[in-house]
Design a protein. Sequence first.
Length: 278
Amino acid sequence: MNEVSARLYGGGGTHRVTITDLAVAKERGERWPMLTAYDATTAQILDEAGIPVLLVGDSAATLVYGYDSTIPVTVDELLPLVRGVVRGSKRALVVADLPFGTYQQSVEQAIETGARFLKDGMAHAVKLEGGHSVLPQVRALVDAGIPVMAHLGLTPQSVHQLGGYKVQGRGEAGEILIEEAKLLEAAGAFAIVLEVVPAELAERVTAALRIPVIGIGAGNACDAQVLVWQDLVGMTRGGTAKFVKQYADAAAVITDAVTRWASDVVSGAYPSEAQTYH
């Protein structure tokens, strides 16, 4: 295991992962995982497992708050979650999603929102969606000292404009995406998420950029991969996307534990003498 691997993935030491560490990993061809997190308990588990980057995604809209999409979630709803993830982790770089409508209007709006996530949320970086339209915001955020992770391809905040959740970047659209990725890199983004794009396109983007490319439904040629942690462990109800691989059935484990405990409560077996004070 090389130095970057030991430092970036694997849980060694208490050094907070930085965007510089991610850049070094890119240079050395080191792949790494990123997961979402929305609370301190989960963040601690993922951090101790060695996950080097945790994303407090606007997917909290559906997974935490029960909205139908990511569109309604607000800065005030995400900030407590970001603080919890930062406090629950020791090593991971914590990235916070900028919610829909909180950065698109102007450079000033983007800086105000980004600053809140770093100052009030204690995040280490922010993520925003879009290409040409957000280049001024990316430049301004970076100039203001706010690290930016970009996001291209299927951008959930634009799902209504995209016509639903479907593969992006086919044909001529792929050439436009490559150009946008290069422009985002030039604007100062330290990494780019590619979501639901052809694997061949993602491979071209990854080879063309000096910054890490993080795939989600983008094939295995990207520098990193990201998933929603609930999808990964089988907590998501109602089905998941094609790109999800379920590594556990946590929902079944929780259901079993809860029903056995409830049965013990009903029968009087809980609490037993072992759980009783005298």
